[in-house]
Design a protein around this ligand. Structure first.
Ligand SMILES: Nc1nc2c(ncn2[C@@H]2O[C@H](COP(=O)(O)OP(=O)(O)OP(=O)(O)O)[C@@H](O)[C@H]2O)c(=O)[nH]1
Ligand SMILES: [Mg+2]
Length: 237
């Protein structure tokens, strides 16, 4: 079974359409969706509860430890699936890529499939320009430090075996930087993975929660932490 974790904060523009997004597209996959609400102050959670009532594959949870890090940790702990993916509520991620992820990890027995939005076959639409430049510089920098060709560390949407996510715990990053911590640990600890091209489309509604000024130091923290782990502790699968 596949567990899809969807962290949400103030996403009332998108919750209802999540139902069709999953239901219409994942016809041949046995899945559950864990929507982890984080102290939203609009009616996001009420809408999540409506979806939960409508379809028992959808579960609405309230995060306990505020922030994306806490939300993802909670999602991993509550997951019933043996494969686990993280998708954004604003439907930036291409649902067809999820099917590709699932087929690859299920049939080929990798520990993780890491998508990249920056390969020749990838399609990226409406990526805010400033964010794109910062993203490319930062990811290049990470590639050099970790001496790896992968080029899209920071994007959340990837798929993992659940047992692998349990093994790399504790996941200590509190915010968006958890999406850097996970693939860095997978790569440094020599888990098996495959990189495939994926698509991404910028949000059309709602408000971005990604605040680069507050996040810069957090990404640096995660980078140093994973670097120390790689070179001093040398933990392997
Ligand atoms: N549980 C939880 N979810 C969050 C939090 N912050 C953001 N999210 C969710 O995480 C996902 C990504 O947030 P976005 O605001 O889309 O961030 P982004 O994709 O970098 O920014 P955009 O380019 O504007 O879409 C969305 O589903 C948000 O609702 C949080 O603190 N807790
Ligand atoms: Mg987004």
């Amino acid at each position: 079974m596949l567990t899809i974790i969807v962290p949400v904060r103030n996403e009332s523009d998108y919750i209802i359409s999540l139902y069709d997004y999953f239901l219409n597209n994942l016809k041949n996959i046995n899945y559950e969706v864990l929507i982890i609400n984080d102290f939203s102050n609009d009616n996001t959670f009420e809408q999540c509860l409506m979806l939960e009532k409508k379809d028992n594959r959808i579960k609405a949870l309230n995060n306990k430890k505020k922030g994306l890090g806490g939300a993802i940790n909670l999602g991993i702990r509550k997951a019933s699936g043996n494969f686990l993916t993280i998708m954004m509520a604003d439907q930036s991620d291409d649902i067809n890529d999820l099917i590709k992820y699932y087929e690859n990890i299920n049939e080929k027995n990798y520990d993780a499939i890491l998508g990249s939005r920056f390969l020749k076959e990838s399609k990226v639409v409406n990526y805010p320009f400033q964010k794109l430049i910062l993203n490319r510089i930062f990811n290049f920098f990470v590639s050099i430090i970790f001496w790896n060709k992968y080029n899209d560390y920071t994007n959340a949407f990837k798929i993992y075996k659940k047992e692998v996510l349990i093994e790399i715990m504790p996941l200590i990053s509190e915010s968006f930087n958890i999406f850097l911590e996970i693939p860095l640990k997978i790569i440094s600890r020599n888990y098996s993975y495959k990189v495939i091209p994926i698509n991404w489309t910028g949000r059309e509604k709602g408000v971005s929660k990604f605040k680069i000024k507050e996040l810069g130091s957090k990404y640096l923290f995660t980078l140093i932490y994973c670097f120390i782990e790689k070179y001093l502790l040398n933990i392997k699968k």
